[in-house]
Design a protein around this ligand. Structure first.
Ligand code: TRP
Ligand code: SF4
Length: 406
């Protein structure tokens, strides 16, 4: 395809903090989405170990174990290193160089107003998060994204603000360093080279975006540029930058690809999360999983077996929504409301489905955990691939910032 930087529109990047072994919440909320994306795009997935240190700097003892456990879990669910580039952030130190360079142009106020800054400080009261690293963490995330010129960043709701600041940083960077003398004239000449029809269309779309903020027009115009076969790389960059009124587009503005709110509830009906102690781990023993599900709470108003229940008030029902087909849902819903079935009976198909889903994953995880050499080589390979791409971007960035000495 003819994108300016190969792949940028079709490149996906996402990261995950190494928090230890993964659970069904990660699987249904994040990994299943990655599994789909890896067949549709060029994907980069990485373990955000520096990000983990921004909040857990006092106790790095379990970091390494968490990192390898996470790689095993990714591979066990089917993330395929032949399709996706898998790597560890700290093994690609280019992220740090870009972070420091971006820090030169990032106003402090942009970081202070990122919602997670204050929220997390309040939430993690037992930790001292008045550190430089914690304030700068969204900018580190910007560097993670921009260094691969990723067009799409799959994230949850809580991370959208970080992608937004990334866009602002990219825009500011391009504005500051993407200017060249005679820019306006060069852009007009590039438009001419598109040919009469496409050139006119480009100008109309640009006007619609700049004057009326029409984002559809922006997207269409980008596609139009991508489709041009006969213009140079330099002109392509100019035309893209000119679209948004800025300079040459050295860094690519990413879009967030919002993953639907995690469909997977925890055992207590709240969001599944380690801090709520309501998880089913991908590698929990089958007997423990069955036991967790058997003892999970149900509709609190259904005290006796003969009391009719209300599925809407029951976390088990949420599991049926994820795991059961129409017939089973019909059976469970009706049986609950009429007290025709008991709660243990109702849970059995869920237990069976969860165990069936996890069986092949656990089998692979078992094999993988006995083959550390394989795990290391997958990561070494991914880090190498990631560094190649990162170095390309950094070269451009250094040159733009006057750091290319001969
Ligand atoms: N901040 C993300 C989180 O806490 C992890 C992350 C770091 C990330 N860098 C990223 C996600 C870049 C997407 C893109 O979940
Ligand atoms: Fe929940 Fe099923 Fe019991 Fe109804 S029958 S309360 S849905 S576990």
């Amino acid at each position: 395809m003819n994108t300016i930087h190969p792949g940028s529109a079709t490149r996906v990047l996402s990261g995950m903090r190494p928090t230890g072994r993964l659970h069904l919440g990660h699987y249904h909320g994040v990994l299943k989405n990655w599994l789909k994306l890896q067949h549709e795009y060029e994907c980069f997935f990485f373990i955000a170990d520096w990000h983990a240190l921004t909040t857990h700097y006092e106790d790095p003892r379990h970091l390494e174990e968490s990192v390898w456990d996470m790689v095993i879990d990714w591979l066990a669910v089917g993330i395929d290193p032949a399709n996706s580039t898998l790597f560890i952030q700290s093994r690609v130190p280019e992220h740090a160089e870009l972070h420091v360079l971006l820090s030169m142009i990032t106003p402090l106020s942009w970081l202070e107003r990122v919602p997670t800054y204050k929220d997390q400080q309040l939430k993690l009261k037992d930790k001292d998060l008045s550190t430089y690293g914690f304030l700068g963490y969204p900018l580190l995330q910007s560097a993670d994204i921009l260094i691969y010129r990723a067009g799409l960043v799959p994230v949850g709701e809580d991370q959208v603000a970080h992608v937004e600041i990334t866009r602002e940083v990219a825009r500011r960077f391009n504005f500051l360093y993407g200017r060249e003398s005679g820019y306006e004239e060069l852009c007009q000449a590039a438009i001419k080279k598109m040919g009469k029809k496409a050139g006119k269309r480009y100008s109309e779309l640009r006007e619609a975006y700049i004057e009326r903020g029409d984002r559809e027009a922006l997207i269409t115009a980008r596609e139009l540029i991508e489709d041009q076969k006969n213009i140079t790389l330099g002109d392509r960059e100019r035309l893209l930058g000119y679209l948004e009124g800025g300079g040459r587009q050295i860094l690519t503005e990413p879009q967030s690809l919002l993953t639907e709110a995690a469909k997977m509830p925890g055992l207590d009906g709240q969001k599944m999360s380690k801090s709520y102690h309501n998880t089913i781990g991908l590698r929990d023993l089958p007997d423990d999983i069955a036991q967790k599900l058997r003892t999970m709470p149900t509709d609190p108003k259904r005290v006796r077996r003969t009391d009719p229940g209300d599925p809407e008030q029951c976390p088990v029902w949420q599991f049926h929504l994820v795991y059961s087909g129409e017939d089973v849902k019909q059976w469970a819903g009706a049986g609950c409301r009429s007290a025709a079935i008991g709660c243990l009976e109702c849970k059995q198909p869920v237990i069976d489905a969860v165990l069936a889903e996890l069986r092949p994953i656990q089998h692979r995880a078992n094999e993988l955990s006995q083959d550390p050499t394989l795990i290391r080589s997958v990561i070494a390979d991914g880090c190498r691939r990631a560094r190649d791409v990162a170095e390309e971007t950094l070269k451009d960035v250094r040159r733009s910032m006057g750091l290319e000495y001969s």
